[in-house]
Write a protein that binds this ligand. Sequence first.
Ligand SMILES: Nc1ncnc2c1ncn2[C@@H]1O[C@H](COP(=O)(O)OP(=O)(O)OP(=O)(O)O)[C@@H](O)[C@H]1O
Length: 344
Amino acid sequence: MSILIDNVSKNFGDFQAVADIRLEIQPGNLVALLGPSGCGKSTLLRLIAGLELPDSGQIWLEGQDATRQRLQERNIGFVFQHYALFKHLTVAQNIAFGLEVRKTPKAQIKARVEELLGLVQLAGYGGRYPAQLSGGQRQRVALARALVVEPRVLLLDEPFGALDARVRKDLRAWLRRLHDEVHVTTIFVTHDPEEALEVSDTIVVMNKGRVEQVGSPVEIYDHPESAFVMSFLGQVNTLPNTPELFPQLSEAAREVLVRPHDLSLSVQAGGPSLAARVERLMYLGWQVQAELVLEAGQPLIVQLSREQADRLQLRPDQPVYVQVRNPKIFPAVATDKQLAEAAA
Ligand SMILES: Nc1ncnc2c1ncn2[C@@H]1O[C@H](COP(=O)(O)OP(=O)(O)OP(=O)(O)O)[C@@H](O)[C@H]1O
């Protein structure tokens, strides 16, 4: 189902949680709403579900204005961070719940529950109670319960947030495969960039109630439109705005950011480079993270493969030269003080 969020705003008292968002979601897409805590992701999801009413704007589901429809009328499946399974019902009864409410014939319910148990890889677990399952298994039951009624949209609010790192990673891969099988338009909230990059077709990066950028994982990672998006998606270094390296830049009104894996090192000067000194080396399995200090005292982080680091025979205090690939240049972010002065 296509979804159009048409200039939607939502305030809580004086606070604007969602600020005039316009966003179109294509049918069958798996979309991540990604952003820092408090940026309005859950509020936007709840607005789509019909759990909150917008102060202004409309929500269109499949070309129909659904703004005033209640959750039950929207045919949406919702899964929260904390699995809200019924403790006194078995797994099968939990999954069947939505169909029981709709008075679906018993035989049909039984067949559908079996189908869903297979889909979430819990065949044979129908007779267990939630307390007899692991956290990851409970979240899969919650997904089966949401899917049983064939919703047109699946909304997931940090569905794996309460689970440990390893289980999260398994469930991400599982969600991707599940989506490839059922193709239901799915929107999930996460504050974890790695999760968004790994699972989704489209990432919507949010900041302070607004959408910063929408694009595929590759577009967002390779072509961030703002310093915020670039910094939120992974580690970055801020480079000095030096004319030798960046002759095209005018004065100080620019910010130059670069990812640690887009810096390379040599032990001899040559070509455009920045002089630095190795401060610390950290061996992180297959890669090495080198912490450097530039001549002006600014810190810089460089990621190298083990092989590169061994070839350079790096050691603390060694002078090195840094070459820069793929620098991203953004207008300098005005500080709050500068904004206040401009407004005065
Ligand atoms: N019912 C409410 N009443 C008052 N303020 C609210 C309410 N719901 C959310 N907010 C505020 O709106 C802002 C956005 O909240 P929201 O839960 O959408 O953020 P989020 O991006 O999902 O954050 P998190 O990742 O921490 O859950 C927050 O500052 C929050 O305190």
